[in-house]
Design a protein around this ligand. Structure first.
Ligand SMILES: [Fe+2]
Length: 360
């Protein structure tokens, strides 16, 4: 199980089958459910009430959308920015057919590097093989958590597709990866990118949010930048990332140089970054104080964009330059996603580093 997968969280306050199950308000899913259907604590009543509220929703296109037009290989594209600094939805492309054109792949890679996240809609015809073919246009296909020597023993994958990670939530499994993180930074060589396709979407909710790592670095004070520029942080996986009984951990630079853009990223996240390397000599109070300072801007609306999923929506993010989190607000509806990871074809660029020219 990964942070993207269903967690062990439950909305049940009792596991006894014969008693009415009560709704727990202590999880994000429970908080939202309670706010939507107040004055009720019976879990089934709340689930039914929310389904009734959402029963009349229909899919439509009601909001004004601003976009740029671009023609590549005779294919007319519309580029819709989701926020000023990151996230672009590319409309008018078929990810199964059009990636045969090298110019299209090159164009998508440029947008991906510039905007950190590139999204697509209505790609439900993309099979698992098609998803893998698309990923392989940009690098080497990773295992479901990146490097093949860092594969957790636990997750169940679809038959014949060991590299595809299913991420499933529903009434009985209400979890979602709703804390900000980059994928698998507990690995010594985390994935370069991740691609998520939506196979089943809730009628409302379950959006994924992305946060700009460049913006986070810019937001650090000059004094703190000077202090942390040569520091290393320890990233520790969760129990479900265990391999052969060992929970993985890795040490990475706090300030990371993006190997393709040359820009500096703040490379710490709330889920996996627990402390700083021993050589820095920080005690617990100093560690927590510095971590909280570095985490302070993560998730600020100004450095984030938000993507609403429909069946066939796809998001491909630069895992070196953004953090992401799901929105745990869609219980009791179902949400089914599939994820693949991409590794940099240049093996030397997979290990996070700080370029000498960036050091203080
Ligand atoms: Fe994730």
């Amino acid at each position: 199980m990964t942070v993207e997968q269903t967690s062990d969280e439950t909305l049940d306050e009792t596991s006894e089958e014969k008693k009415p199950k009560r709704l727990s308000r202590s999880t994000p899913m429970g908080m939202v459910a309670a706010a939507r259907y107040p004055d009720q604590s019976d879990r089934q009543t709340v689930a039914n009430g929310i389904r009734d509220q959402d029963a009349d929703l229909v899919i439509g296109h009601l909001t004004p959308t601003s976009y740029k037009t671009e023609s590549v290989c005779g294919i007319d594209l519309k580029l819709e920015p989701l926020s000023p600094s990151l996230g672009t939805v590319v409309h008018g492309i078929d990810l199964d057919r059009d990636i045969r054109h090298p110019e299209i792949v090159e164009f998508l890679r440029e947008i991906w590097l510039e905007r950190r996240v590139v999204m697509f809609r209505e790609q439900q015809h993309l099979t698992r093989d098609g998803l893998i073919r698309f990923a392989e246009c940009f690098g080497e296909l990773g295992a479901h958590h990146g490097e093949r020597d860092h594969v957790p023993s636990g997750p169940r994958t679809p038959d014949g597709y060991p590299d595809i990670l299913p991420i499933q939530s529903g009434e009985k499994h209400p979890g979602a990866a709703s804390e900000w993180h980059s994928d698998a930074t507990w690995s010594s060589r985390p994935p370069m990118g991740s691609i998520l396709i939506c196979r089943e979407a809730p009628p409302v909710g379950g959006d994924t949010n992305f946060c700009d790592g460049y913006g986070l670095w810019e937001g650090v004070s000059r004094e703190t930048k000077a202090r942390i520029k040569t520091m290393q942080a320890v990233h520790i996986g969760q129990p479900h990332h265990a391999m052969d009984g060992h929970i993985p951990e890795a040490v990475h630079p706090v300030a990371r140089t993006h190997p393709e853009t040359g820009r500096t990223v703040l490379f710490v996240n709330r889920v996996f970054t627990r402390r700083f390397a021993d050589e820095h000599g920080l005690d617990d109070i100093q560690t927590q104080s510095l971590l909280q300072e570095l985490f302070a801007n993560i998730g600020r609306p100004e450095v984030t964009c938000r993507f609403r999923w429909g069946v066939g929506s796809v998001a491909m993010w630069d895992n070196r330059a953004v953090q992401h989190c799901a929105t745990a607000d869609f219980w009791p509806h179902r949400r089914l996603m599939e994820r693949v990871t991409i590794l940099d074809s240049d093996v030397a660029r997979r290990t996070p580093y700080l370029a000498l020219s960036d050091e203080a």
